[in-house]
Write a protein that binds this ligand. Structure first.
Ligand code: GLN
Length: 280
């Protein structure tokens, strides 16, 4: 199986953005806001696209960054006791600290993340989010920070041995993810959508579906936690993760890229990855 290699693309901007930021301690507040999610969706539907005048953008200038994520995606984001932890959460904390800003993390459904950014409810999404052309129409992305893949989980005794064998099968995906989007191309595929990746995996263990298409690192965690499952060697797609920011907010994208670059150069980035992913 291909090793998971975490890389960061070179950040390009060395703007003097950091001078504008104080050195205050990063505080993290974690909230689950179903109502906020709903509101974000509604406002996004109204088509607001300007980067100015949004609540979150104003708050960011005043020292607070609002991050949205879907904390059902170990090892990138998950709940430990009441805290949201994981690679994305730790990287976001490190970025906020570098920028001298307070960080607030809100947990919501994966398909509510982009609407939350568009409506200005959130400054950014760090959610193991795959960069793709469609999403680029709605948000801007930072430099990529991780290589990823959609993989196929099946039962150990499954007759599905490669992506080609998915024709006509019942396939579980998480709503709105790239697994969901690309599964649409499977000939005669019966796509079953779940709110959480783990729910798709449970359905597979119960024999209700034939396979699950999901990101590689969470797949490894889910397979480890559930007996009788395996990940196929051949990935379904190869992709890359980046942080999503409101379209047009190049100032914040530049700040993030600079911070990511510094975290990589100092070795702090790799330390965060190593905390959550042990080398195979
Ligand atoms: N990488 C996938 C996507 O961007 C899934 C991310 C997730 O479920 N958090 O669609």
């Amino acid at each position: 199986m291909k090793k998971s290699i975490i890389t960061i693309a070179a950040a390009v901007c060395m703007a003097a953005v950091l001078t504008a930021c104080g050195g205050s301690q990063t505080k993290t507040k974690t909230e689950t806001t179903a109502a906020a999610t709903e509101k974000a969706g509604t406002e996004a539907a109204s088509g607001e696209t300007s980067a100015e005048g949004s609540e979150a953008a104003t708050e960011a200038a005043g020292g607070k960054l609002v991050m949205v994520t879907n904390a059902e995606f170990p090892p990138y984001e998950f709940r430990e006791n009441n805290d949201i932890v994981g690679i994305d959460a730790d990287i976001a904390r490190a970025i906020a600290e570098k920028l001298g800003m307070e960080l607030e993390i809100q947990d919501m459904a994966f398909d509510s993340l982009i609407p939350a950014i568009q409506s200005g409810k959130a400054d950014f999404a760090a959610a193991g989010m795959t960069v793709n052309e469609d999403r680029k129409k709605n948000v801007d992305f930072t430099d990529t920070y991780a290589e990823a893949a959609q993989v196929i989980i099946v039962k150990e005794d499954s007759d599905i041995a490669s992506p080609d064998d998915l024709t006509g099968k019942k396939i579980g995906v998480q709503t709105g993810t790239t697994g969901d989007i690309y599964a649409d191309d499977i000939e005669n595929g019966d796509i079953q959508r779940f709110n959480k990746g783990m729910e798709a995996v449970m359905s597979l263990t119960q024999g209700k579906i034939d396979a699950v298409i999901i990101d590689r690192e969470p797949a490894k965690v889910f397979v480890k936690e559930n007996e009788g499952l395996k990940i196929l060697d051949e990935a379904f797609t190869e992709e890359e993760y980046a942080i999503a920011i409101k379209k047009g907010n190049t100032e914040l994208v530049d700040k993030f890229n600079t911070a990511i670059k510094e975290l990589k150069e100092s070795g702090e980035f790799q330390k965060i990855v190593d905390k959550y992913i042990t080398a195979e």
